[in-house]
Design a protein around this ligand. Sequence first.
Ligand code: SF4
Length: 485
Amino acid sequence: MLPPSSRLKRASKSHWKALLEILPTSSHQVRTTHQECSKKQKNDDTQSTSADASSSNDGSEEKNEFDTLANAKILLSDCLACDSCMTLEEGARVFQQNQKEFFRILNLNKKCDTSKHKVLAVSLCPQSLPYFAAKFNFSVNEAAKRLCGFLKSLGVHYVFDTTIAADFSILESQREFVQRYQRRNQEEHALPMFASACPGWIRYAERVLTNLVTSHICTAKSPQQIMGSLVKGYFARQQNLSPDKIFHVVVAPCYDKKLEALREDFYTALYNSPEVDCVLTSGEIVQIMEQKNVSMKDVTEVAIDTLFDDLKEGDVVRHDGKRSDGYLEHIFKHAAKELFGVDVKEITYRALKNKDFQEVTLEKDGETVLRFAAAYGFRNIQNMVLKLKKGKFLYHFVEVLACPGGCLNGKGQAQTEDGKPDRALLAQMEEVYTAIPVRLPETNLQVQRMYQDWLEGMDSKKVQDTLHTTYSAVSQSTSSLDIKW
Ligand code: SF4
């Protein structure tokens, strides 16, 4: 596989060159090169798009509309870094999140000047682990421990699993959904609720769809950013460290997470410290292994750390939901119980247009009382948005993910040399992922303890400040740069 950073370099060499030539000396002096959003133009101009043979339309209602949209051949990840909406400042800061920056910190820690030393913490996304397991032919537990061993051999102090942060994110999303459902008759924008964990979708919603959807987005932070709060907040306090003394790296399946780490609301101004300092994709970690000439087979297994003193993680666990963090399934079961007193054991999906657009319903007394959908990939998101615009929206909740197939198919892992998904590897990764045992977030005693001891109860202001954020329409009148990856 061509390392992702090489692809990035190849695809955007001229853009980065342009960036370096015109970068302002101060990050606030940004030259304006704004253009209209090209994706918005394409979306508005749906009549002019051509046919896409890969569409798996099943021929049900809105065929023409759906066909036309499916033909746009736009991926959200294209949208994320198209030629219009990334500012020079963002471009520069995303570019800094690379292996070089990681090694800069590792090297600083080797120097005599201890005032510049940082505690290096790396958090692993659960959707990255199946990639390492399938690629190197290990069980997911072995892969996690070998990855931990490798990172520690480089000089990383702590390696965490972000599943605990996803626990918080799911619990907060569940509660918010029930509250929104109860307010649905008084508050116009209470429903539908859209999931907030995918930064590709969030970027598109804020920059292109704007007010149509932003008030519908769940305010719970994504697992990545909650992990940032746990590491720079809870863990820093436990270790008696100020947040800026920790350099926090997240290993993630996509590049979109690099942009998410830059959001202003994920930054502690007091300490001049972002919750996440650097995101490296799984592919970039493999590239580091290749550069160091290290094989996963030769690395010693080391148990993953937890945020709690010397306690180590046990076996890897996951959430419900075969291709995502499981927001749809957890929220559905929770809402069925809380709102209608129904215990849902198994979720039955009904495929709509294709396998990436499915719905789940709950019937009670002959009436459909809950209607949820999973919409993955740009064409399904577009179809969903069209329905919303037309006022024909039947869903109470939609789990929206930018990548077709979900996060395992993130563009930072399992890609072939020509930048296409490696289908054989992806099939293995899905097998690995579904075999991981499920743990309900409600059963995590550490999470319950942190709600009481650190977050001052479930309904506290600290919960709002730490685990939630806001989404709003972003004007595209800022500067931009022609960047593609
Ligand atoms: S769906 Fe894709 S872009 Fe969104 S978080 Fe997952 S991997 Fe990243």
